[in-house]
Design a protein. Structure first.
Length: 123
């Protein structure tokens, strides 16, 4: 794992990176007041991920894990690693898209989470 430290980029480089990843609304990126608020949240998300590696001594959970991600993600080929985090089954699925794949696949996500429990999915 090679940390990228995107959370430390200056605002313009960070905005450029967010545009490249897709999914961050242009209204947020081009509005100084909105970016001041949401930029901190997005930086915090990147910091959590990029400061890795995560501790190896985490005890696996005993419930199933449902992991979905975009197939264009840099780490997509490692989605199976979620199995190490549970003593139950890790259900994994790659969907077309990047880090923000959920924007195009909200219905699939809802089905994935509701169907194992026999709950109806209402669109």
């Amino acid at each position: 794992y090679e940390p990228r430290n995107r959370y430390r980029m200056n605002d313009e480089d960070f905005k450029s990176e967010l545009r490249k990843l897709g999914g961050a609304p242009e209204e947020v990126l081009s509005n100084a007041e909105m970016f001041e608020f949401f930029g901190r949240i997005m930086r915090a998300d990147f910091e959590v991920v990029e400061k890795g590696p995560f501790p190896a001594a985490i005890d696996p959970v005993q419930c199933p894990i449902y992991a979905l991600m975009g197939d264009a993600e840099e780490s997509a080929q490692r989605i199976g690693n979620w199995q190490q985090m549970t003593q139950a089954k890790a259900h994994t699925r790659l969907l077309p898209g990047n880090h923000f794949f959920i924007n195009e696949h909200a219905n699939t996500l809802a089905q994935t989470l509701m169907q194992p429990y026999g709950l109806p999915v209402v669109y």
